[in-house]
Design a protein around this ligand. Structure first.
Ligand code: G6P
Length: 612
């Protein structure tokens, strides 16, 4: 979850370089931030609770010397988000930053305390730094101290470590959490991803599970988990360098919502041959994935990506006739699910490609012999590198913590994948393929048209922002959209919201209906609309205030039953759920703006969840 950067250089600019990198890593957490630098063999530290700006101000007032250093943005797991608990952590001559969780930290802490060690923080990380100092105190070299400490740790970690008196040495280690080496000219870097080192170099080495490395300004050595010296390939990562800018937008989330005509177009273009009006999954031919032999599709994801899977479940079942099981990754991985010995295919959806539970689920499926596909937005991510087939979403960097353009890009890629599967299985003919690709290709224009609703949605948000609870209802493909709508609202406005299947209304949520609890119905005039309309009437009959999101014909059928309406353009039913994601994003965005919350960095959340 946390962001890590390490710079080993002779240029006297460690602190500003660390800050630059940390500003790109805030998506991993923003509870606190800190840096440590090494200057003429001496360590110094600066840490601040809260957003990175607090640390930046602190460093303007009290600049830190040094050409090398380590930095960290934190998403608190063990210990409150205070300055004391902020990384880097130091014990005598050693200082380090950590991403991950040390599972046996209580035992380690008890042992260390029994030996007289005094702990300053509530973190699991502090045990690592004391263990290292202990080994150094016993006369070991930094390398021996690291190797012995790693042997004592259980759990997941990525570490960057500096040692007093060793100006030309930085050590990194990874187990469970990703870590990359950045190879510069006469300088070296460590980062929790390629984005972290992108301002300094495009040459990146992805450390493998269990690796640790020694960096010097003029080179590096990598050891695998048994300590053997190993070679790892250098990759050239382009395009990770450009820091995202808000431009004229007030928030990244607003900008990302407005980018969707372009991001859906880019993603669709990756899978739809516009001339031929056919769907192609690039790379499929090399994977031995044969849709005709798939008897069970397991889709696994977290958060918003999970709701994309829930929508895609309908497409794979209805269009391609494939039985589907859709799971939340944190549940899937520990349920020890029975997987088919043949005919099983696994599909993972992740914006970051680093979500710890999704990655673990992927490894579980691979170990069971299933082929794997991933829909990911970060092409260099761990999930992208470990699957058999990557279906990239071309949404570009998503900075707002609440996912918007990545979600609709995931839906576009999944829709294309379902068409490809249906075609391969002989479930759709050429005419239907053309109709479906036409529907997909119309989406970017429809997104642009729907964005024109922005100001009218902003007007509706004023009422919503006063609510304590909001209920979202939808049927069929709109049930996951309702759940995503509720998630978006609670994430950024802190208003309690629940997404329900409209048909479940009578089985509980109807008890919550009163004048003060708005109900958002997401229901175009499709085959299930009459049923949704009955549910809507049931709410109105109980004094509930309804906001109906539907098309012209749906709104006309609903008459004056809804208190408020959002009129969507008419749209092919196949792609309509993708388009209906837009008004629910706008509702959440404007409600949060109305409430004055921190839209791009809502409290307690992080963009990328790399701990379980
Ligand atoms: C976090 C983010 C969500 C995201 C989820 C899954 O909770 O705040 O926006 O949907 O992780 O992330 P992934 O990167 O795997 O899509």
């Amino acid at each position: 979850m946390c962001g890590i950067i390490g710079v080993l250089s002779t240029k006297e600019a460690a602190a500003p370089r660390l800050l630059e990198s940390l500003s790109r890593l805030e998506y991993r957490g923003y509870d606190s931030a800190g840096i440590a630098t090494l200057s003429k063999g001496r360590l110094s530290r600066s840490r601040a609770a809260g957003k990175l700006d607090n640390l930046r101000r602190q460093l303007t007032d009290a600049p830190m010397p040094g050409s090398s250093g380590i930095g960290h943005t934190r998403w608190a797991t063990h210990g409150r988000p205070t300055t004391t608990n902020a990384h880097p952590h130091q014990s005598g001559p050693v200082v380090l930053v950590h991403n991950g969780i040390i599972e046996n930290f209580r035992d380690l802490r008890r042992d260390l305390e029994a030996r007289g060690q005094v702990f300053e923080t509530e973190t699991d990380t502090e045990t690592i730094v004391h263990l290292l100092a202990d080994h150094l105190g016993a006369g070991k070299t930094p390398q021996q101290a690291v190797a012995d400490t790693l042997d004592e740790l259980d759990g997941a970690f990525a570490l960057a470590i500096l040692f007093e008196g060793h100006d030309d040495l930085m050590i990194g280690a990874r187990r469970g959490s990703p870590l990359v080496i950045g190879v510069g000219e006469g300088e070296m870097f460590l980062g929790s991803d390629a984005l972290a080192v992108a301002p300094f170099t495009h040459r990146v080495i992805y450390l493998e599970e269990g690796d640790w490395c020694e960096l010097r300004t003029d080179g590096y050595q990598i050891h695998d988990q048994v300590g053997a010296v190993v070679d790892r390939p250098v990759s050239i990562v382009q395009g990770a360098g450009a820091a995202a800018e808000k431009g004229n937008y007030r928030h990244f989330m607003q900008k990302e919502i407005c980018e969707q005509p372009e991001t859906t177009a880019r993603t669709i273009a990756a899978y739809v041959d516009a001339l031929d009006q056919s769907v192609v999954l690039p790379g499929l031919a090399e994977t031995q994935i044969d849709w005709t032999k798939v008897s069970q599709l397991h889709m696994v994801a977290c958060g918003t990506a999970y709701y994309a899977a829930c929508v895609a479940e309908y497409w794979f079942e209805q269009l391609a006739g494939i039985p589907v099981k859709t799971d939340i990754a944190s549940e899937f991985r520990y349920r020890a699910p029975a997987l088919p010995s043949s005919g099983g295919l696994s599909l993972f959806i992740s914006q970051s490609g680093e979500t710890a539970d999704t990655l673990a689920a992927l490894r579980y499926c691979k170990a069971a012999g299933l082929k794997s596909v991933a829909v990911v937005n970060v092409a260099t991510s761990s999930i992208a590198r470990e699957v058999d087939l990557v279906l990239p979403t071309l949404a570009g960097p998503e900075i707002g913590v609440a996912s918007t353009k990545a979600f609709t890009a995931q839906l576009c890629a999944l829709a294309a994948c379902a068409i490809a599967a249906a075609k391969a299985r002989g479930r759709i003919d050429r005419e239907r393929e053309i109709a479906l690709t036409e529907a997909l290709s119309s989406l970017p224009r429809l997104f642009a048209d729907t964005l024109a609703l922005d100001q009218s949605v902003a007007g509706l948000a004023r009422d919503l922002s006063r609510a304590r609870d909001v209920i979202y209802l939808g049927r069929g493909l709109y049930y996951p959209i309702a759940m995503e709508g509720a998630l978006k609202l609670k994430e950024i406005s802190y208003i309690h919201a629940e997404g329900y299947a409209s048909g479940e209304l009578k089985h509980g949520p109807i008890a919550l209906i009163d004048e003060a609890t708005p109900v958002v119905f997401v229901a175009p005039d499709d085959a299930l609309f009459e049923k949704s309309l009955s549910n809507l009437e049931e709410v109105v009959a109980r004094g509930g205030k309804v906001l109906l999101v539907s098309d012209a014909s749906g709104l006309s059928k609903a008459g004056d039953a809804p208190t408020h309406t959002i009129q969507m353009p008419a749209c092919d039913p196949f792609v309509a759920p993708i388009l209906y994601a837009l008004p629910i994003q706008l509702i959440a965005y404007h409600t949060a703006v109305e409430k004055g919350t921190d839209v791009d960095q809502p409290r307690n959340l992080a963009k990328s969840v790399t701990v379980e």
